[in-house]
Design a protein around this ligand. Structure first.
Ligand code: CP
Length: 309
């Protein structure tokens, strides 16, 4: 199989296991390419991609831009804060004006859940979701799962814990879908107030004890507390959160095994994870960022085949 079953990348939920395996196989090839002295391929020459970021980003924005450059696409980058959105222009008007400049693909980050799907129904371009509110962040889940596969091999039966603010995390939801589709087991762990009520419907285990979770898992994906999405107080204080859910080297060293530590970034050092853990040999954090470029190259390349047909 050499084509994705989807025309847009809106979320992992809509994809099948073959899609994920195809993206990983393609990313393996692109990872080789970007480690060569000449890192570019002409694969997306004549394709124009607009990167529309209505919410802040460091990793995702730069990683998509680099992936597009490595594939020789023409790119436009847009930050809402410096655009006419601040003058009251709607999402559809903004994007339609960009599409009028003959843009083929739109990579969009937006603070509202469902924004990428909404756009795909109204705009004649391929849409790639770079994070929509607390809904999905599909390329993050793909690069996270790809990084675990690279480190551990077969993911069937692999035990992955996602720890922290599950309620507000698009990374958690996309990772749950992606990991389950490749056969991994998932436990979510955090304060009960930061675990969504619907979580049992997703077939994951739920644990509120950090140590028990770490003893169970092969991989711990530590999430940031998303204070910017919290309208009320979900726990008494950061100090108490750190005491119950912060991962430090002492906790890690007491485990009877070596687990892998991941974090999607940005890290709040000293809150969900201490520096000695983030920078330890067990941490995959910078490999995740490195793999993000190859994964995004694979996604853009595979989606572009629909444009050429
Ligand atoms: N992981 C992630 O989405 O980081 P950014 O918000 O910096 O893009």
């Amino acid at each position: 199989m050499s084509a994705l079953s989807v025309k847009h990348l809106l979320g992992i939920k809509e994809m099948n296991t073959q899609d994920i395996e195809l993206i990983f196989k393609t990313a393996d090839t692109f990872k080789e390419v970007i480690n060569r002295p000449i890192k570019k391929t002409p694969s997306l020459r004549d394709i124009t991609i607009a990167n529309l970021f209505f919410e802040n980003s460091t990793r995702t924005k730069l990683s998509f831009e680099l992936a597009e450059k490595r594939l020789s696409a023409d790119i436009l980058s847009f930050a809402a804060s410096s655009s006419s959105v601040s003058k009251g222009e709607t999402l559809i008007d903004t994007v339609n004006n960009i599409i009028a400049m003959k843009v083929d693909m739109v990579v969009m980050r937006h603070p509202y859940a469902g924004a990428a799907k909404f756009l795909s129904k109204h705009i004649d371009a391929t849409i790639v979701n770079a994070g929509d509110g607390a809904h999905e962040h599909p390329t993050q889940a793909l690069l996270d799962t790809f990084s675990i596969r690279e480190k551990l091999g077969d993911l069937k039966g692999c035990k992955v814990a996602i720890i922290g603010d599950i309620l507000h995390s698009r990374v958690a939801l996309s990772n749950i879908f992606c990991l389950q589709k490749v056969g991994a087991e998932v436990t979510v762990c955090g304060p009960p107030t930061l675990i969504p009520k619907y979580i049992h419907e997703l077939g994951v285990k739920v644990e509120t004890n950090l140590i028990k979770t770490l003893e169970w898992c092969d991989v711990a994906n530590m999430l940031r507390i998303q204070l910017e999405r919290q309208d009320i107080k979900y726990f008494p204080s950061i100090r108490e959160y750190v005491m119950l859910y912060g991962l430090n080297k002492e906790i890690l060293d007491k485990l009877r095994k070596q687990i892998i530590i991941m974090h999607p970034g940005p890290i709040n050092r000293g809150v969900e994870i201490t520096s000695d853990v983030a920078d330890s040999s067990q941490s995959l954090i910078l490999q995740q960022v490195e793999n993000g470029v190859a994964i995004r190259m694979a996604v853009l390349y595979l989606l572009a085949t629909h444009l050429k047909n």
